[in-house]
Design a protein around this ligand. Structure first.
Ligand code: BES
Ligand code: MN
Ligand code: MN
Length: 462
């Protein structure tokens, strides 16, 4: 690839400043207070795609936030890469735990990032990673090195379940036709250890409401004689795992794919230090399903976690009260072959069944999605592998990821396309957490590596 490193050297400050402009707009899709900002971000992304050399760019309206679509078709006989990303971000709260304002991006050095990291909500997930693709395109078009057709689809509702994108994909199959889908919305093992994410977990997300008496009660007058919904909810949640940390919902594991000994041995080869893992999180020990390693627990095994729980009095001081209601938000991470809608039903049936008569339980499903496994015997995988080898000087390690991008399995179902996940984030980037950041090194390395994927994929495709 001619001049990619010098191109990056010349333009890196511009790239960073442009990304900072995008990070300044608080495009929080979950919070309606930011509605205008989400639209503003879509407009800015569209403008940047045009500047990067797309021949056609449009904002596709949906019932929610628009999908930014752009393309550059140079020859219908050449392969087509579809790049997917998202310009919406997670809410920034708890805001008081940020060292700087989440929407006033700053570049600071850290022990891991002596060349600097950009601190802002969305820096890594996914504005920074999506922007690498726009800059890689700009490099290829401006130096006449684009080897194939490219389509961009950057959405604004990934963090809230991609419901409108699913409809859009179903209605635009021909427009979105492609030979491979390329996504940077995951991570890699370490700064000097590139990896290709070969799997994503599925998700079922539910909210539960437990109702006891018809009003909040004096905990002295009634305490001990009526069910306390918070006590009951805590008990019900605790019962969802057994002593081995297996999930107790009947049928939950029915379709879980068991990895062979060989596959597990292969997985265990990835560099990993349990000591560093614990130190990074300030924990004395890890915790999880018996019989599995930490890396297995967070990638190839399903989980159930309470994401939030509330009810009763949480203000200053003490108030003696038995609340009428208690609530929790619960997510289940699923592995391939587990059907998320089926799991949601199993959860609902079980949770209602274990409730004592003294309360009523309401389970409301939120969103969900299927898991995904990337095949490794494809030219896309080989091309990605060779691209990393070129820019990192070593072959990437295949690694199953624990997170979810539910739309990926829908892409396969509706567009009949495979996805290649070239993530450049690190676990320490604190995505979804306070002080999210993205290493300048990672950002630039992504811009450098992507054009090689285009090159090798197009060459191997012939
Ligand atoms: N980019 C993440 C998913 C991710 C991160 C996968 C790191 C693998 C490694 C994505 O934006 C995300 O946060 N997805 C949500 C699911 C969505 C339906 C809200 C998730 O995984 O919680
Ligand atoms: Mn993301
Ligand atoms: Mn996310």
């Amino acid at each position: 690839m001619q001049n990619i490193t010098s191109y990056i050297q010349t333009h890196k400050n511009t790239f960073l400043n442009e990304l900072i402009d995008i990070l300044k707009i608080p495009s929080v899709s979950a919070d309606s207070n930011y509605k205008d900002d989400v639209f503003k971000t879509a407009n800015l992304i569209a403008k940047r795609l045009e500047q990067a050399g797309c021949d056609f760019v449009e904002l596709c309206p949906t019932q929610g936030f628009p999908i930014v679509y752009g393309e550059k078709i140079i020859d219908p006989n050449l392969p087509t890469i579809l790049v997917y990303g998202h310009y919406d971000v997670q809410p920034a709260d708890p805001i008081e735990l940020w060292d700087s304002d989440p929407f006033t991006p700053v570049i600071k050095t850290t022990p891991l990032h002596p060349e600097g990291a950009i601190f802002a909500r969305g820096a890594c997930d996914d504005k920074g990673q999506a922007y690498m693709h726009i800059k890689a395109l700009e490099f290829m078009t401006s130096t006449n090195q684009l080897p194939c057709n490219v389509k961009f689809m950057i959405e604004g509702e990934e963090e809230v379940g991609s419901v409108n994108l699913a409809t859009y994909v179903k209605n635009n199959k021909e427009k979105l036709a492609n030979d491979i889908i390329l996504i940077s919305d995951t991570g890699m093992i370490a700064k000097d250890t590139p990896s290709i994410t070969t799997g994503l977990r599925g998700l079922s997300y539910v909210e539960v409401e437990v109702t006891g008496p018809n009003r909040d009660l004096h905990s002295g007058l009634y305490g001990g004689a009526v069910a306390n919904p918070i006590n009951i909810l805590a008990k019900m949640i605790a019962s969802l795992h057994d002593d081995n940390n297996k999930i107790t919902i009947p049928g939950f594991y029915d379709n879980v794919e068991a990895l062979s000994k060989q596959e597990r041995l292969e997985m265990a080869k990835a560099p990993f230090s349990l000591e560093n893992y614990k130190a990074a999180l300030d924990i004395k020990d890890v915790y999880g399903e018996k019989g599995y390693t930490t890396n297995e627990r967070n990638a190839i095994r399903p989980t159930l976690d309470v994401n939030g729980i509330w009810g009763g009095y949480i203000g200053e001081g003490a108030k003696t009260v038995i609340a009428s209601k208690a609530y929790a938000k619960i997510s289940m991470r699923l592995v391939p072959n587990q059907n998320w809608e089926n799991i949601t039903t199993l959860f609902k049936t079980h949770f209602e069944a274990i409730a004592p008569k003294s309360v009523t339980v309401n389970v409301t499903p939120h969103h969900g999605g299927q898991g995904y496994v990337t095949p490794t015997n494809t030219i896309a995988y080989q091309a990605a592998s060779k691209a990393y080898e070129t820019t990192f000087g070593k072959a990437p390690i295949p690694q199953r990821g624990g997170g979810s991008i539910p739309i990926v399995s829908l892409f396969e179902q509706e567009l009949n396309s495979k996805t290649i996940l070239m993530g450049f984030g690190l676990d320490s980037d604190a995505i979804h957490s306070p002080n999210e950041h993205f290493g300048v090194f990672n950002f630039l390395k992504g811009i450098e590596t992507i054009p090689y994927f285009y090159k090798y994929f197009s060459e191997m495709y012939k």
